[in-house]
Design a protein around this ligand. Structure first.
Ligand SMILES: Cc1ncc(C[n+]2csc(CCOP(=O)(O)OP(=O)(O)O)c2C)c(N)n1
Ligand SMILES: [Mg+2]
Length: 190
């Protein structure tokens, strides 16, 4: 499965979520499907999209938060899974796209290419609902179930190591930061 196709499948639901993405390819791909003020592309801070998403989910329990992450980024912050399991916010979905590669910096193999099983790590970390969904149909079903579940879900999807042709995004880092911040402030005011 291609990640762009996978994101496109869940995009109608993402439109209503607070979404935090990993940097690089996944950010560009979500952006290419249509930017929204509730989308935050966490640039540079590799491994921390899930930590930002966890913080937002805990602070905004009335809103669904979805993190779109990458295998190598999760691998360099594995403690995020045990912290998530410990606080298990019911409104958090952590979707990890595992292309077995550090694709956005040239395509070096990550440890999932040599056997590390991120779904297994999430389960061993204490996350109750972990689903491996490697086809569009399975991801569609797993993501919808996660939204309906009202419990922390970690989804791991194997995807092809294919990214966008260009990494250019017509939104500045600071523009995204301020727009997203105002969106969150609006939620609090409402
Ligand atoms: C702390 C840190 N180290 C390295 C980088 C450079 N870097 C940016 S994206 C990336 C690879 C991310 O891999 P993955 O999370 O699997 O996502 P993919 O690119 O495969 O979609 C790296 C090494 C960075 N931004 N920050
Ligand atoms: Mg990767």
């Amino acid at each position: 499965m291609r990640r762009l196709e996978a994101i496109n499948t869940i995009y109608p639901l993402l439109k209503d979520h607070i979404v935090v993405t990993n940097m690089g390819a996944v950010a560009v791909e979500l952006y290419s499907l249509g930017h929204r003020p509730n989308f935050f592309y966490l640039e540079h801070s590799m491994g921390l999209a899930s930590s930002v998403g966890l913080g937002l989910a805990l602070c905004l329990p009335g809103h669904q938060v979805t993190v779109l992450d990458g295998d190598a980024s999760v691998l360099m912050n594995l403690g995020t899974l045990s912290t998530m399991a410990r606080y298990h916010p019911a409104n958090l979905i952590h979707l990890i796209f595992d292309n077995e590669s550090l694709l956005s910096v040239g395509g070096f193999p990550s440890a999932t290419s040599t056997g590390t099983d991120l779904a297994g790590v999430a389960e061993s970390s204490g996350v109750e609902h972990v689903v491996a969904a490697d086809t569009i149909e399975d991801l569609d079903q797993a993501f919808n179930a996660a939204v309906d579940r009202d419990a922390l879900s970690v989804l791991v999807s194997k995807v092809e190591a294919v990214g966008p042709a260009s990494f250019a995004m017509d939104i500045g880092l600071l523009e995204n930061r301020f727009q997203f911040g105002r969106f969150l402030q609006g939620l609090n005011a409402g």
